[in-house]
Design a protein around this ligand. Structure first.
Ligand SMILES: Nc1ncnc2c1ncn2[C@@H]1O[C@H](COP(=O)(O)OP(=O)(O)O)[C@@H](O)[C@H]1O
Ligand SMILES: [Mg+2]
Length: 387
């Protein structure tokens, strides 16, 4: 009702010249008088709620509407309703200006932490206990890693000193080129398991080796150059297709034709049409993940990890991504965390993690399905019964 009143007053205000030109003031004066004064006292209540959703915006709106109402009501009897509307509308304009001020200061307050985060990131000097990137002198022998074999030997990892370990004595041995599916409940430590492959933090105990060498003896830069990821929500930067594609690998001497061929292989003809030096533009979630696959394909990593890459995709896009990966990463060790187990059903082996970061099972899908009481068999049965 009150929103209707506000709209009504606005329309009359906008049409005032026409009303006067047509000599219809007395008629509208009666209409306005009958509607306006009887409902005016309720305005502050709804006006606040109509305002911006932030607290300050609402508080200012409500306070301002109350003051405006008091000014206009105090003039009751001294002016016609139409004039009161005009006065009120002008007061409201002023309120909008104050509103904008709060809206923009609110926006600035929300943006500020991003700047602070960027500044903090720029200050980070340490990585896995070593001076990161430039000063990291650890180095692997030339040609490392010869293959994508991974050995995790009784690893313990916590995010903070004193926090419970997210990985508690995990040991797995993965042969080069094997396709491994990882599953377990949310919080079991699946993503953490992948992150240790990127040297994201020092282990509390145990060791991880890639291609036969403990990664604590290899610089972060080298480790990360050999492990590629297709995350659930890939981030692409504003810029050209080429910049996003080669990223930190600018020294690579891949020809334009090879870059285009890679995009085509990953079903990204649309980007070939936009041109390597064209803006990357808008891409769907599925296309962004295919783009990550293209990036990985260019780097020819020994290891590729997928962290719930298909979670936000429809069935067709998910199948397309998995097909591209199946066809193009035959020799690569691929580790996939999947929220739908059917997507990892055809892996060589499945790693099931318990809550608390311990290994519940590490075996072929066929063997795991035989254990009907096990997590994998139960989840598969549930998924396939459409629950
Ligand atoms: N950045 C982080 N900081 C602190 N704790 C974290 C962080 N990421 C994950 N954890 C904790 O580590 C445990 C494992 O999390 P995660 O590896 O993300 O599980 P999953 O991927 O299986 O859902 C959880 O208890 C989670 O709360
Ligand atoms: Mg996760």
């Amino acid at each position: 009702m009150n929103i209707g009143m506000r709209k009504f007053s606005g329309e009359i205000y906008d049409a005032s010249t026409t009303i006067v030109a047509m000599g219809r003031q007395p008629e509208f004066d009666r209409l306005i008088s009958s509607k306006f004064w009887e409902r005016f006292t309720m305005w502050p209540l709804y006006f606040g709620a109509l305002g911006r959703s932030n607290f300050y915006g609402m508080a200012v709106d409500t306070a301002w509407a109350t003051v405006s109402m008091a000014i206009v009501i105090s003039m009751r009897g001294q002016m016609a309703a139409a004039v009161a509307i005009a006065v009120y509308n002008q007061l409201e304009e002023l309120n909008n200006l104050i509103g904008y001020f709060f809206e923009y200061s609110d926006e600035a307050a929300q943006t500020l932490p991003n700047w602070m985060k960027i500044t903090e990131f720029l200050k980070v000097q340490e990585c896995v206990g070593k001076k990161c990137i430039e000063d990291d002198t650890r180095s692997a022998p030339a040609g490392w890693p010869a293959d994508g074999a991974i050995e995790m030997n009784d690893i313990y990892f916590d995010y903070r000193t004193g926090a419970p370990c997210a990985l508690n004595g995990v040991s797995v041995s993965i042969k080069s080129g094997e396709k491994i599916g990882v599953c377990g409940r949310t919080g079991a430590g699946k993503s953490t398991l992948l992150s240790v492959l990127f040297s994201l933090g020092p282990l509390n105990a145990g060791s991880v080796s890639i291609g036969g060498r403990d990664i604590k003896d290899v610089s972060c830069h080298e480790v990360r150059a050999n492990v590629a990821i297709v995350p659930q929500s890939p981030t692409l930067l504003d810029g050209t297709v080429r910049e996003n594609l080669v990223g930190g690998n600018r020294d690579a001497d891949d020809t334009d034709e090879y870059l285009k061929e890679t995009l085509r292989t990953c079903r990204l003809e649309v980007l070939v049409e936009r041109g390597l030096d064209g803006a990357i533009g808008q891409l769907s979630d599925g296309q962004r993940q295919l783009f990550c696959a293209a990036r990985a394909l260019l780097r020819r990593p020994k290891i590729l990890v997928l962290d719930e890459s298909t979670a936000d995709l429809d069935q067709d896009s998910a199948n397309e991504l998995l097909r591209v990966i199946d066809e193009n990463f035959k020799d690569t060790t691929v580790i996939s965390i999947a929220h739908r187990l059917n997507f990892i059903r055809s892996s060589d082996k499945i790693l099931v993690l318990n809550t608390g970061g311990t290994v519940a099972a590490f075996d072929t899908p066929e063997n795991l399905l035989k254990d009907t009481g096990g997590y994998f068999a139960r989840q598969m049965a549930e998924e396939n019964s459409g629950m």
